[in-house]
Design a protein around this ligand. Structure first.
Ligand SMILES: Nc1ncnc2c1ncn2[C@@H]1O[C@H](COP(=O)(O)OP(=O)(O)OP(=O)(O)O)[C@@H](O)[C@H]1O
Length: 319
């Protein structure tokens, strides 16, 4: 059964998951997921963000049918994944963070072995070249670096031409070159129509890769949207706007004449303007620049980063 492009390839509604028994709680169960909603489409990268212990791994394990659920609903490619057979598993690729690779195998023979399990596998040579696996093709897997294992795990996840791909922290351990290769490949796979679901702690990764983002906290979905929607300067945050510019050091800031804004210079030559900045204030700033013969550079009206949104929603204290 092929799910049309505009249909979700994964839908999670009100997911509840209890784990345990927990020794420290007199053997009671604890509610790890208390209402996760999540949906991913084909031809899209959907990111699941959450602090340590928020429930990301448990959510993905339930989505992949690796754990039974205690409430709510999970549909992967239209089916209940728990207890589903080989037909569904063959349409799903999973790249785990620790790779889940047999330590005594060698990369290319392992990929050929995995390929032999599929009727129409992706050519091994193509993946080896694309992911730069050739340089360690016959090394023992236990001797590979974290980034090499990560790339091999990605090749293994892709070999069966999955329709849905789960990536747990896809850029963990990757150097900048490998990260770029993996990011380009993820974008290409998305354009080919794959539904890609990834977890990450790196807001920068989510900001670069994700078409749609879900943030979970304490086992519940607390926000969802495109990066642009989540980071939009909403009216509630209108008093936290920030404009920065660079100009000659030591400008007379008292001459700006905008007392409702906080204007500072730090370090010398770098200026920040904070507060409820209005279009009129920007006109007043440029009038001040014109009066003083000031030609600023790097003028930037900052929007909230995904990290700001994440910290506001999931708290700034460590878990
Ligand atoms: N089998 C289990 N028994 C008891 N507690 C569990 C079990 N599995 C998960 N938990 C707890 O559930 C919570 C969510 O765990 P989970 O691994 O899903 O979080 P996570 O968001 O993936 O975290 P991280 O970013 O640290 O990987 C944690 O507090 C964890 O200790």
């Amino acid at each position: 059964m092929t799910v049309p492009n505009d249909e979700p390839c994964l839908t999670i509604k009100g997911l509840i998951k209890d784990c345990g028994p927990v020794a420290g709680l007199d053997g009671k169960m604890i509610r790890v997921l208390a209402g996760v909603d999540f949906s991913a489409r084909r031809g899209s990268v959907t990111a699941l963000l959450g602090a340590n212990g928020a429930g990301k791994t448990t959510t993905l394990e339930c989505a992949q049918g690796l754990q039974p659920i205690n409430g709510g609903e999970v549909r992967l490619l239209g089916q209940d994944p728990y207890g589903a057979g080989a037909e569904l598993r063959s349409r799903v690729g999973v790249m785990l963070q620790d790779g889940g690779l047999p330590p005594s195998a060698r990369p290319v023979p392992l990929l050929h072995h995995i390929a032999s399990m599929y009727a129409d596998p992706r050519p091994v040579d193509e993946l080896v070249t694309r992911l730069g696996i050739g340089s360690f093709a016959n090394s023992n897997i236990r001797r590979l670096s974290g980034g090499q294992k990560q790339r091999l795990a990605m090749a293994a996840a892709l070999i069966g031409r999955p329709e849905v791909l789960f990536l747990d922290e896809p850029s963990a351990g990757l150097d900048p070159q490998s990260r770029q290769i993996v990011f380009d490949l993820i974008s290409e796979l998305r354009d080919d129509g794959l539904g890609i679901i990834l977890t990450t702690h790196l807001m920068d990764d989510a900001q670069k890769l994700a078409d749609y983002v879900y943030i979970i906290d304490a086992g519940k979905t607390v926000a969802q949207g495109t990066v642009a929607e989540l980071t939009a300067q909403t009216d509630e945050l209108a008093d936290q706007r920030l404009l920065t510019f660079d100009a000659a050091p030591g400008l007379d800031l008292a001459a700006v004449g905008l007392p409702h804004l906080v204007i500072r210079e730090s370090p010398p030559g770098h200026y920040t303007v904070r507060g409820a900045i209005t279009p009129g204030d920007i006109a007043a700033l440029s009038a001040w620049w014109a009066r003083g013969g000031i030609l600023p550079s790097a003028i930037h009206m900052a929007s909230r980063s995904l990290e700001d949104v994440f910290l506001d929603l999931s708290g700034r204290e460590i878990r």
